[in-house]
Design a protein around this ligand. Sequence first.
Ligand SMILES: [Zn+2]
Length: 279
Amino acid sequence: MLALATLLTVAGCMRSDTEQFHTDAKLRVHFIDVGQGDSTLLESNGEFVLIDAGELDYGERVLSYIRKQGADKLKYVIATHPHYDHFGGIRTVITMIDTENFITAETDCDTFSWLKLLKAVDTLGINYIDAEVGDTYSFGEASFTILAPRSGGYEGYNNYSVVTRVDCGGVRFLLTGDAEQESESEMVEAGADLKTDVLKCGHHGSSDACSTAFLKMAEPSYAVISCGENNDYGHPHKETVQKLDAMGCEILRTDTMGTIVASTDGKELDFSTDKGGKS
Ligand SMILES: [Zn+2]
């Protein structure tokens, strides 16, 4: 892993000396504040990838956020798994923005809202891709590789989460949806290349994700946790926070910081946050 000369901006506005850096970024990763849910927008050289879009109520906000970034097209939309706090807003987005490809992992989910999303993908003529471990997709000057799910028959849908590692130059992001310890163990045992600079913690910082073996392999310098203020689940769990603290990992949380944007030129990383970014 690179020794990163990192500029961390934790205040609400960017420092003026990092503005140029943001403009020149080869990859921007936006962890959009969608309350208790997940939505991540990747942007490189005018090409965009959306991973999840929060609950249905957040669809419009995610849509306007994407448009604000100048996107009139999404190259890939990934629905990590069939839970509402991840896919709920996707139909609103793909109905309004030209979308080329839709990626998800095959499950037996037959809830009304999930089937409605799959139907919309079909009706809109969006190319459906079944997530396959090892497949790599490029956008702009970056790419993402699918690392999980590696098997099936999981209890519940969290472990079906499509896990991606995003690469730009020497900088990496590991985006795990709601993958829990079972999927993490499979990645560790398979010897998947999990090394990363930024980890979006699985399952909103729950203690059923971020297993010690997984964190040891990933060795993140930064951990992003996407969760809602005072959520009913107590996310992030204190065990997870303690583990990340113990390894010297800087934690960034959407419930306290709002939308978090990481920018990189492929060598260095910079973060900015915007508490008002969800509207
Ligand atoms: Zn979730």
